[in-house]
Write a protein that binds this ligand. Structure first.
Ligand code: ATP
Ligand code: MG
Length: 502
């Protein structure tokens, strides 16, 4: 018999004029994995923040085991048995992995009774289940995907009964995600109930029991996964039929090279040579840690001092800094949105013009606020960024909309070459296809577009050509007609790399 552990009754919440949640009804059963799907800004994280006591609802009730509760803070949520892995990584970067995990456990109510040594051991063993990460190193040394795993380990040490995972796999590789799913299944066998937020239909349909769809702050439907289809869920999410997921590919041969890279080497990659041609979208595939980001960051001079040659439209470049790269029209969209994608505490408008102050400056370097706002509004329309106005702080936007602001900031420069590192991570299906269409349009206008993605269907659906990196070298190149998950995987690694799906 299924037993309801958590029930949400008619919860509403507004932020000023934004009605983030309207009359939400939702229930979670013991031992189930309940997926929540919905477009960016639909209200998913807001509901989770309410359940975790981070924010309060304007009206409505939360019941745990049939009893109405007021969750006034995250520590109270912890006492009620609620564990929450946030969409955004919130670890202390200058503290060790073990201490980060341990900190969550020491927040628990029985602080005075706890056995420090056993908690530490537990932190270690939970982490070991998930990843090969040295618990002694500082969090700032970890890749984004490993930081994500530490966040998950942190929640798992809490002995919670209700576990909330808000897009936990956005930064994980397929293998890591599979590990997480097997741990989730073990937890459900112990009776733990899991809320699982994801934009990936395959994940939802392979691993979850029920799925609830949010749209515009409302709960549209809840179904057993076995009784619905990905198409139905996507249609309910966007309220319309999504015709084709990817824009058409380049039909003629690509034009002359926009960017040429010759013999680029650094400590982490060797002898990288490729050309990015006008009209094409070039994909870059590889395992996490293969060096994809490092190579692109090296070209843009965001890090390292790579030797080798870079030419832009046939002209030799001798870039010394990222600022010089931007001046030449070469920009990079970081996979780490929070770290170096956007300024969270500043407005959308300030973010969008951050790299292109000349466009919004008057004489003497004064910022023309009107121009800044017009630019942000134009970019916001182009990318369908959902805000309460461009004066809103980026931190108040939903995750996917923050990603769009990061992209808008780069596009505002009118770049000649764009490197995009996991550009649609955390972006909903509809917005994803909008971003793909924008990239295709830019390619048609002659802008060099290079996309790093860990999502193979995205590389295959979007790109005209894909180069594959393994251990800091280019191991092969695949034209559109030879693109397949198997072909990419083979080049990316000889050891059994698993499939990654959208
Ligand atoms: N602190 C806040 N102040 C103002 N508006 C907010 C705040 N938090 C959320 N919102 C708004 O509430 C709406 C719902 O946001 P929420 O983060 O819940 O979306 P989401 O479904 O999690 O989206 P995503 O898939 O992009 O993460 C958005 O319009 C967002 O801008
Ligand atoms: Mg969210």
């Amino acid at each position: 018999m299924s037993q309801t552990v958590l029930e949400i009754r008619n919860v509403s919440r507004s932020f000023g004029p934004v009605r983030a949640l309207r009359d939400i009804k939702f229930d979670l059963r013991r031992g189930e994995i309940h997926a929540i799907a919905g477009e960016n800004g639909a209200g998913k994280s807001t509901l989770m923040n309410i359940i975790d006591g981070i924010i309060q609802p304007d009206s409505g009730e939360i019941l745990i085991d049939g009893r109405a509760v007021r969750v006034s803070s995250p520590s109270q949520a912890q006492q009620l048995g609620i564990g929450f892995v946030h969409q955004e990584i919130a670890l202390c970067p200058d503290v060790s992995v073990a201490e980060n995990i341990f900190m969550a456990a020491t927040n628990q109510s029985n602080k005075f009774l706890m056995d420090t040594a056993s908690l530490k051991n537990k932190a270690r063993s939970v982490l070991a289940q998930l990843a090969d990460i040295d618990p002694g190193i500082l969090v700032r040394e970890l890749s984004i995907s490993n930081q994500q795993l530490v966040e998950i380990a942190k929640a798992l040490t809490l002995d919670c009964r209700i576990l909330i995972l808000d897009e936990p796999t956005a930064a994980l590789t397929e293998r890591e995600a599979q590990l997480l799913f097997s741990i989730m299944r073990q937890l459900t066998q112990q009776g733990i109930a899991i809320i699982y937020i994801s934009h990936r239909m395959v994940e939802i349909f392979e691993n979850c029991d029920r799925v609830t769809v949010f749209r515009d702050g409302q709960c549209i439907r809840t179904d057993k996964v076995s009784e619905t289809t990905p198409e139905e869920v996507v249609n309910a999410m966007v309220g319309r039929k999504i015709e084709s997921l990817y824009p058409p590919k380049l039909r003629k041969p690509a034009g002359p090279p926009v960017l040429q890279v010759d013999g680029l080497s650094d400590s982490r990659f060797r002898d990288i040579s490729f050309a990015l041609r006008a009209g094409e979208i070039l994909g870059v595939a590889g395992l996490i840690g293969a060096g994809r980001s490092e190579i692109m960051r090296g070209i843009c001079r965001l890090e390292g001092k790579a030797s080798g040659h870079v030419r832009l439209h046939g002209r030799d470049l001798d870039l010394k800094s990222y600022a010089e790269a931007i001046n030449e029209g070469i920009v990079y969209l970081s996979e780490d949105r929070k770290g170096d994608g956007v300024f969270l505490d500043l407005s959308v408008a300030v973010n969008v013009s951050a790299l292109n102050l000349s466009q919004v400056s008057r004489s003497l370097g004064l910022i023309d606020k009107g121009a800044e706002i017009r630019l942000a509004e134009a970019m916001g329309r182009q990318l369908s960024i959902k805000t309460a106005g461009v004066g809103q702080k980026v931190s108040a936007l939903s995750g996917g909309n923050q990603q769009k602001v990061a992209l808008a900031k780069l596009l505002a420069v009118k770049p000649k070459v764009i490197f995009l590192d996991e550009p649609t991570r955390g972006v909903d299906v509809g917005a994803k296809s909008e971003i793909h269409k924008i990239l295709r349009d830019l390619a048609e206008q002659g802008v060099g577009i290079l996309v790093i993605s860990s999502e193979l269907p995205e590389l295959i659906g979007l790109c005209d050509r894909v180069i594959v990196i393994a251990e800091g070298r280019i191991t092969g190149e695949l034209p559109a007609e030879r693109l397949s998950e198997e072909a990419i995987m083979q080049l990316a690694s000889n050891t059994g790399w698993q499939r990654r799906s959208a």
